[in-house]
Design a protein around this ligand. Structure first.
Ligand code: ADP
Length: 301
């Protein structure tokens, strides 16, 4: 009935990573390792994670007409993501300039580039794709008005999943569309605005639910997650114990897996349990997209 299992609206970035002994202070120059270039951006990460699991996935995004844009299109295509709604041009591909020191601490400068030029008009141009899946997911590395326009274009009954990252206060129209709103602790605090979240993740989830979303998921890293639904109560979702190597992109894999499983008809706690296994698998390997598991690898956890 649907062309896709999941449509993702969001960002695509080239991550430019240099290892350094010490991150530079103002005015300082330091020598670092060879440059590593990885495909990234929360939208592209979510799309690749879902496709790797076997979901028929399309991405609505914008890249530049440049080598970084081609790198991203190649990595999306080789994961099996439909890129027919990835527009090109208007600005260079978004990049994240990342320096990492030996302790793993990093400093990051993001140039949104083409992601910042993904307009409400681009969302309207992708209307057919946005109406071709039971679930549409988004994040906030693209203009807020584009995310809002995508929500307005959804077919009745299409489920909307939002990870508001990087976080900002959300208009009521967007909050009320989320089913679920997926946040970590930091995002929960920014969305709640005034710090009245209460003690512990169950309380945070209830407080966020009171702001209007149809459901809420709070992710807790190695602590798993908590789900909350207006009529279904609050559920603690255990994590899977693994040797964590690199948590980059775990939240994106979690969101993608959750959105996909909801579209298959699973309940929110069951889908979150599956997503927790996908997130756990993703932290056992280096990188973001390179760390994402197949369905067979998730089953073997
Ligand atoms: P974010 O990257 O958005 O802050 P989290 O770090 O909470 O998101 O990770 C998302 C999900 O991935 C978690 O809810 C959990 O299920 C899984 N996960 C993350 N880190 C670990 C870990 N160290 N061990 C097991 N599971 C993890």
């Amino acid at each position: 009935m649907y062309d896709y299992d999941l449509v993702v609206v969001g960002s695509a970035n080239a991550d430019l990573v240099i290892g350094v002994e010490r991150r530079p202070a103002a005015g300082e120059t330091v020598l670092g390792s060879d440059l590593a270039v990885h495909p990234g951006g929360k939208g592209a990460n979510q799309a690749v994670a879902a496709a790797r699991l076997g979901a028929r996935t399309a991405l609505v995004a914008r890249v530049g007409e440049d080598p970084h844009g081609r790198l991203l299109l190649d990595s999306l295509s080789s994961a099996g993501v439909d890129t027919s709604a990835v527009a090109a041009g208007r600005a260079p591909t978004g990049v994240a300039l990342i320096t990492v020191d030996p302790s793993g601490d990093n400093s990051i400068v993001v140039s949104p580039g083409a992601n910042g030029r993904l307009t409400p008009g681009d969302a309207r141009a992708a209307e057919r794709v946005l109406r071709s899946a039971p679930v549409v997911s988004a994040q906030l590395e693209i203009p807020l008005e584009t995310v809002t326009e995508a929500v307005r274009l959804l077919a009745p009954g299409t489920r909307f999943v939002l990870n508001p990252s990087p976080p900002r206060e959300l208009p009521a129209e967007l909050l009320e569309a989320c089913d679920p709103l997926i946040v970590n602790e930091h995002e929960a605090r920014v969305i709640a605005g005034d710090g009245t979240l209460g003690d512990g993740p169950e309380e945070w989830a209830r407080a966020l639910l009171a702001l209007g979303p149809r459901s809420v998921v709070v992710t807790l890293g190695a602590g798993g997650a908590v789900t909350a639904e207006a009529d279904g109560g609050v559920t603690r979702v255990p994590s899977v114990t693994v040797d964590a190597v690199d948590t980059t992109g775990a939240g994106d894999a979690f969101t993608a897996a959750l959105a996909w499983r909801l579209g298959l008809g699973e309940s929110l706690p069951v889908a979150a349990g599956y997503a927790a296994r996908v997130g756990a698998a993703a932290v056992t390997r280096e990188g973001a997209q390179a760390s994402y598991p197949t369905a067979e690898e998730v089953a073997a956890l």
